[in-house]
Design a protein around this ligand. Structure first.
Ligand SMILES: Cc1cc2nc3c(=O)[nH]c(=O)nc-3n(C[C@H](O)[C@H](O)[C@H](O)COP(=O)(O)OP(=O)(O)OC[C@H]3O[C@@H](n4cnc5c(N)ncnc54)[C@H](O)[C@@H]3O)c2cc1C
Length: 416
C-alpha cells in the first residue's frame, strides 16, 4: 500500500487548522508548523468579532470611498486610522486597493465571496462535529444598527449586493429593536436582522479545541518560525530558524504574514495588514443576546463566553508597530454610546492583523512554481467565517480529489 503524502501546513489560525483537519480527513499525514501555540493571541483568529458573517460579501472599498475616506480618517469618531510614518510603504498597496472600489470590481468581488461564505455556518458545524470545538459554535441572527431609515438607505449599494446573492433579512424600527436587545440605545431607530447567521463564542478557545482534535486524529505539530520554503521535484523543504523539515507538499496559511513566504513561489497579489482592535469588558452590567454591528461607527459588539467583545477599526501601519491607543478609546466611546449606563469590572484590549489583499479576495490554490506549494490566505474581514470552506477547498486540491467548486477567482497571480 502507498504511504500517505506528507503535507505541511504553515500557520495554525482558523485557515491553517481547517486546512490541516480536512487534509487529515482525506488521508494525508499532516504536520502544522507555527511559531506560536495554536489559539494564542498572536493569531488574528484569536481576537476577531466572532461573527460567522455569511452576508459579508461587500468589501471595504466600495464606490464613493475616495470621497468618504478623508472624513472617516479625520473626524473625531472616524473608524479609520493611519500611522503616517508607514504611509510611504503603504502607497503601492493603497493605489490598487482604492482602485478596486469601482462598481464592476466590487460586483466581481461579491460574486466570488458569496460561494465562500454562504454555507459557512454549516461548514463550521461539519468541521467541528464530534470535537470539543463544537460547543463554541452558536447559530444565531446578526443585527445591523442604524440611526434611522435614511442611514440604512444610504447603504443601498451594499444591501443590493447582499440581496442579489440570496441573503434574506427583516427590518425593525423604534422600540422593536429594544425588544430583541433591551440594552441597546434608543438612538438606534432602524435595524436590519440577518437570518441564519452564527457566531463563535470564544474564537481563541475554538481554535485551541480544533487543534486538540487535529492532534487526536493523528496530526503532528512543530513550533517553529518558518523562514523559507524550497520546492522541487515533488519535495518541499521548510527552513525554520533551527532546522529543515522535508515534506511532499506544503500549504502556506500564515494570514497577514503569508506574502513573505508566498512571493518567491509566484504570488503576485499584494498583501497588507489592515490592523484591527478589540476591547473586551468583563463583569459588564449590560448584555447582548446576538452580535450587532454599528453601521456608522463600523464596529461589532459580540456576546462572548463570559464577556462582551467590541471589535473593528481599520488602521494602516504595518505588522511591526505597537498598538495605538486611539482605536481602543474609540471602541470604548462606541460601547458606551451603544449600551447607555454601561459599567464593567475589568477590560482587555487586543491588536490583530487582517490579511488584506488589494482586491479583498483571498488567495487559494496551487503556486504557479509547481505541484509542491499551495496557498490559503488573505481572507481580510471574513477569515473566521470562510476558514473551514477554504480548508475543504485547498485540501481537495492538494490531495487531487474531485474539487466541489472552482477556485480560479482566488489565483495567486491574478491581476491585483
Ligand atoms: C478586529 C477584527 C475583527 C474581525 N472580525 C471578524 C469576524 O467577525 N468574522 C470573520 O469572519 N472574520 C473576522 N476578522 C478577520 C479574521 O479574524 C481573519 O481573516 C482570520 O483570523 C485570518 O485567519 P488566518 O488563519 O488566515 O490567520 P491568523 O489567524 O493570523 O493565523 C496565522 C498563523 O500563522 C502563523 N505564522 C505567520 N507567519 C509564520 C511563520 N513565518 N512561521 C510560522 N508561523 C507563522 C502565526 O503565528 C499565526 O498563528 C476580524 C479581524 C479583526 C482584526
Amino acid at each position: 500500500m502507498q504511504s500517505p503524502p506528507k503535507i505541511g501546513v504553515i500557520g495554525a489560525g482558523i485557515v491553517g487548522l481547517s486546512s490541516a483537519l480536512h487534509l487529515l480527513r482525506l488521508g494525508a499525514s499532516v504536520t502544522i508548523i507555527d511559531r506560536h501555540e495554536p489559539g494564542s493571541s498572536d493569531a488574528t483568529s484569536y481576537g476577531n468579532a466572532g461573527v460567522l458573517a455569511r452576508c459579508s460579501v461587500v468589501p471595504v472599498p466600495t464606490p464613493g470611498i475616495l470621497s468618504k475616506a478623508p472624513s472617516m480618517l479625520l473626524r473625531k469618531d472616524g473608524p479609520l486610522f493611519m500611522r503616517w510614518s508607514y504611509f510611504p510603504k503603504l502607497l503601492p498597496f493603497l493605489v490598487p486597493y482604492l482602485k478596486a472600489s469601482g462598481k464592476e470590481t466590487v460586483e466581481h468581488i461579491a460574486a466570488n465571496l458569496a460561494p465562500l461564505l454562504h454555507d459557512s455556518v454549516d461548514e463550521h458545524l461539519s468541521l467541528a462535529k464530534g470535537t470539543d470545538a463544537e460547543k463554541w459554535i452558536r447559530p444565531c441572527e446578526y443585527m445591523f444598527l442604524y440611526a434611522d431609515k435614511a442611514a440604512f438607505e444610504g447603504d443601498a449599494f451594499g444591501w443590493g449586493l447582499r440581496r442579489k446573492h440570496g441573503f434574506e433579512w427583516y427590518t425593525l424600527e423604534g422600540d422593536a429593536i429594544r425588544e430583541v436587545n433591551p440594552a441597546l440605545s434608543a438612538d438606534y431607530k432602524f435595524a436590519v436582522v440577518m437570518k441564519d447567521h452564527g457566531m463563535i463564542t470564544s474564537p481563541g478557545n475554538y481554535v485551541e479545541d480544533l487543534f486538540k482534535a487535529f492532534l487526536k486524529e493523528g496530526g503532528q505539530f512543530e513550533k517553529a518560525n518558518v523562514r523559507d520554503i524550497e520546492a522541487r521535484d515533488n519535495t518541499t523543504t521548510i527552513l525554520t530558524d533551527g532546522a529543515q523539515i522535508k515534506l511532499d507538499r506544503v500549504v502556506v496559511a500564515c494570514g497577514a504574514h503569508s506574502h513573505f513566504l508566498a512571493k518567491k513561489h509566484g504570488a503576485t497579489v499584494r498583501l497588507e495588514t489592515e490592523r484591527g482592535y478589540h476591547l473586551e469588558l468583563i463583569g459588564a452590567n449590560k448584555s447582548l443576546n446576538i452580535p450587532v454591528m454599528d453601521a456608522a461607527r463600523k464596529f461589532v459588539a459580540s456576546p462572548m463566553d463570559g464577556r462582551l467583545r467590541f471589535a473593528g477599526i481599520v488602521e494602516f501601519g504595518g505588522l511591526d508597530a505597537p498598538a495605538s491607543k486611539g482605536p481602543t478609546d474609540l471602541l470604548m466611546r462606541g460601547a458606551k454610546a451603544m449600551l447607555p449606563g454601561l459599567e464593567f469590572e475589568t477590560k482587555r484590549t487586543w491588536l490583530g492583523h487582517r490579511p488584506a489583499p488589494t482586491d479583498s479576495l483571498p488567495i487559494i490554490g496551487q503556486a504557479p512554481s509547481g505541484e509542491e506549494v499551495y496557498f490559503a490566505y488573505g481572507h481580510h474581514h471574513v477569515g473566521l467565517t470562510a476558514g473551514p470552506k477554504t480548508g475543504r477547498m485547498i485540501a481537495q486540491h492538494v490531495m487531487k480529489t474531485q474539487p466541489n467548486e472552482s477556485i480560479d477567482a482566488y489565483r495567486c497571480d491574478r491581476a491585483g
